[in-house]
Design a protein around this ligand. Structure first.
Ligand code: F0G
Length: 454
């Protein structure tokens, strides 16, 4: 069957308020053409992020009612501990309020003296936490990742040749190797089991820790099962368990594949490392058995971490994201290929080839999506990563726009609507103009900068 049937029925609904394009033009102007500055009530379809935006199941809501909110030794903590142990087989586990809190703790502890961290690609908060702790983050994505239109199935892989060169060069200086699964910054592309295994072997050879940034591990497991022949007979959970078996530690933002609105955790095998992380956890997050989460949060996460490996859920998740990608591709909208698990990325430099990078073609698409259809997306290009050096503009490597799909939130007709909005944008592409920045803060300018159309 061609039709993607959402593997759930809808029991609670959140109304969407429709706005007209005239209203939206005014809203956008008031928000200084920055999609982070628009109130969610004024958005029809929100594709800003897949993080913390999942719809929870009735099993999750029911579990929350049974939560134990005790400060120490709560039942809800032990339940979560068991689920996470089953998944990771790592003896030490600490809950945190979200992913970046787990990163701050782990990379804070591992950054004694200036260390080098090497990754397929560090997510921006990961890089920021490593640099904030005084260390250096190096990205070495595989060569195939460079071409946004190639269909190579595992563009999330780390470049193993470069990894060995770096490990040799930075012997005794490497803090850890980090594999981000899937690779968010690289378009939600998966890492293969073979690549994880080879990375493990190199880490053994050079006696370096291997850390999994596992916030989209279930989606990565789907790709491994369907694209890596040797793995085809395993369940998604077994694949994820094998992925963890090669790692020494893991960091998770549970706001993604944990199917919860807030939460994260850290796991590890080494006792001494765990003791140091525990100290920092207690100082900055909370006591060991809640670490920034309420009992309710831990209950919802225990259930979410099991639901996410359901085969019908994962099939729907990956296929519905691909459905959007395939239809945009048919409209000749340049999309990053193959389609990632959590998002579709548009190559705005190609689509708006009349707008130069220094006028932010990605932001032009973000604004068009909002005005034409009330769709909120995010620019991942020169507005986010571009820099200026001695007054000279240095563009980002790509001018992308991310359409991130919240989990279990939108139906196929919402996706049809998004496709129709793109159709309408495409017809009037040359009417779109670029932008210039009229205000920017010193760090992470995309969140709060103000823009003006040219
Ligand atoms: N690692 C990866 C790969 C992520 O994608 C994120 C968050 C984090 C770590 C940090 O987790 O937000 O819970 O502190 N990504 C979100 C996004 C923000 O929109 O892609 P957090």
């Amino acid at each position: 069957m061609k039709t993607i049937i959402e593997p759930f029925k809808i029991k609670v609904v959140e109304p969407i308020r429709f706005t007209s394009d005239i209203e939206r033009k005014k809203i956008l102007q008031k928000a200084h053409y920055n999609s982070f500055q628009i109130d969610s009530e004024k958005v029809i379809i929100d594709l800003l992020t897949d993080s913390g935006t999942s719809a929870m199941s009735h099993h999750q809501w029911a579990a929350m009612m049974q939560a134990d909110e005790s400060y120490a030794g709560a039942r809800s903590y032990h339940r979560l501990e068991k689920v996470i142990y089953d998944l990771t087989q790592m003896p030490y586990f600490f809950p945190t309020h979200q992913g970046r809190a787990a990163e701050r703790i782990l990379y804070g502890v591992l950054s004694t003296k200036k260390k080098i961290f090497i990754s397929n690609t560090h997510f921006d908060t990961t890089r920021a936490n490593i640099e904030y702790a005084g260390s250096i983050a190096i990205d070495i994505p595989c060569k195939e990742a460079i071409d946004t239109s190639s269909e190579y199935p595992f563009k999330g892989n780390i470049d193993l040749e470069k990894l060995e060169i770096h490990l040799k060069k930075y012997q005794n200086k490497t803090g850890a190797v980090i594999l981000t699964v899937t690779n968010n910054t690289g378009g939600g592309q998966p890492v293969s089991m073979e690549n994880i295994k080879q990375t493990r072997m190199l880490c053994n050879k050079y006696k370096v820790l291997l850390i999994l940034d596992c916030c989209r591990i279930a989606e990565n497991a789907w790709f491994i099962r369907h694209k890596e022949q040797k793995q085809a007979k395993k369940t998604y959970l077994q694949i994820a368990q094998e992925m963890f078996s090669y790692a020494d530690a893991s960091v998770m933002s549970a706001k993604k594949d944990g199917l919860v609105n807030m939460g994260g955790f850290l796991t590890m095998r080494d006792k001494k490392l765990a003791e140091e992380c525990q100290n920092l956890l207690i100082i900055t997050e909370g006591f060991t058995t809640y670490g920034g989460l309420s009992g309710r949060d831990m209950e919802a996460l225990s259930v979410g971490l099991q639901e996410v490996f359901d085969k019908d859920y994962l099939q729907y998740r990956i296929k519905s994201t691909a459905y959007l990608g395939e239809h945009l591709d048919k409209l000749a909208i340049p999309v990053v290929k193959p389609f990632g698990g959590h998002a579709i990325y548009i190559d705005a430099k190609q689509l708006y080839h009349h707008i130069p990078p220094y006028q932010f073609p990605g932001q032009a698409l973000v604004c068009d999506l909002y005005v034409k259809g009330g769709i909120r997306a995010v620019e991942i290009g020169s507005l986010m990563f571009g820099k200026s050096k001695n007054g000279k503009f240095i563009p980002a490597q790509w001018e992308l726009v991310r359409l991130a799909m919240p989990r279990r939130v939108y139906t196929q007709s919402h996706v049809e609507y998004i496709i129709e909005v793109f159709e309408s944008i495409k017809k009037n592409i040359y009417q779109s103009k670029g932008f210039k920045i009229i205000y920017e803060p010193p760090f992470l300018r995309h969140f709060t900068c103000k823009l003006k159309p040219i």
